[in-house]
Design a protein around this ligand. Structure first.
Ligand SMILES: [Zn+2]
Length: 307
């Protein structure tokens, strides 16, 4: 007899691009806003470090490191956190959640698409209701009526609470699946952040205040050797060039390279991937235990366009 297990529908392994980008946006906004990094990120990340970080930092890739914990925080804020309850410990609504009724409708539409991509359970009535609000609001938005604006915003304000409850219902009914697919988003976000060396440096400094979970020594003692995967992961980001002077060590194999702690161990830096870069021997010797401003790893043609 044939094994029919293979025919079972499996949750999609694709990312919902809108959600993935939003998580990235939340990560960047949160850690660079002193108000956030001083409060909600501080506690959110501290909690996530304890929950998802592996104290044996050298046995895993970005899957269980600091960036993974940071992504866990952002995923919780954007995807899992229930709105109608305002479940934050201090009772305040998340600043990262869509706050205006209009933004929340866009969020709900996006969430429905995300749910379908991952084959989450959405009750007929819930789906019909979200679609109805979506359609009616578009009608009001496109209306030629002089008072369209008034009617549009009034309508969204009126439906806001029910809409939040509807989304919370989807979250509740799919709690387990939402946690199962989280790994996809956590890894994707970790990789995005990792590729931005300046952002990594920023996080490394922030993490000193937050502290490390579990067996702290492994995070802060100089390791005897580095695992191969770690060196390879850094090589990929640096594209074979010294992170400081840019000398190409892929083409010139006579150049010796070192794995450098962006924030030196003596200044509280840690061994996690977020705090590491590759320097040529000359730069590494000059740097020693100093704290240098990190150079961007974003190619010039991109960073210039962003300005
Ligand atoms: Zn160099």
């Amino acid at each position: 007899m044939k094994n029919n297990d293979n025919l079972a529908i499996k949750p999609s392994q694709n990312l919902h691009v809108g959600t993935a980008l939003k998580i990235f946006e939340i990560t960047i906004a949160a850690i660079q806003d002193p108000q956030e990094s001083g409060t909600s990120v501080y506690y959110g990340l501290k909690h996530a470090l304890n929950v998802v970080c592996d104290p044996d930092v050298f046995s895993k890739t970005t899957r269980k490191g600091i960036l993974y914990a940071l992504s866990h925080f952002a995923y919780n804020e954007h995807v899992l956190r229930e709105d109608s309850l305002y479940s934050a410990e201090d009772g305040s609504p998340s600043r990262f959640h869509p706050s205006t009724p209009e933004h929340f409708l866009w969020y709900a539409e996006d969430f429905l698409e995300f749910s379908d991509l991952h084959q989450l359970v959405v009750s007929k009535s819930c789906r019909a209701y979200i679609n109805e609000v979506s359609e009616k609001s578009s009608e009001k938005y496109e209306s030629e009526d002089d008072y369209w604006e008034h009617e549009y915003y009034d309508y969204l304000r009126y439906e806001n609470r029910r809409l939040r409850i509807a989304i919370d219902q989807i979250r509740k009914e799919n709690k387990i699946q939402l946690e199962e697919i989280s790994d996809l988003y956590l890894r994707s976000n970790s990789e995005r952040v990792f590729n931005d060396r300046e952002l990594c440096s920023w996080i490394s400094s922030l993490i000193i205040e937050i502290g490390f979970p579990g067996e702290t020594r492994k995070w802060i003692d100089r390791p005897k050797s580095w695992p191969t995967w770690l060196k390879r992961t850094l090589d990929l980001r640096e594209k074979g060039k010294c992170a400081n002077c840019g000398v190409d060590y892929f083409s010139d194999i006579s150049i010796t390279t070192h794995i450098d702690h962006i924030v030196p161990l003596s200044k509280g830096g840690c061994n996690d991937l977020v705090n590491l870069q590759i320097l040529c021997e000359t730069c590494n010797t000059k740097k020693g235990a100093y704290l240098w401003k990190v150079k961007s790893s974003i190619p010039k043609y991109i960073s210039e366009r962003l300005k």
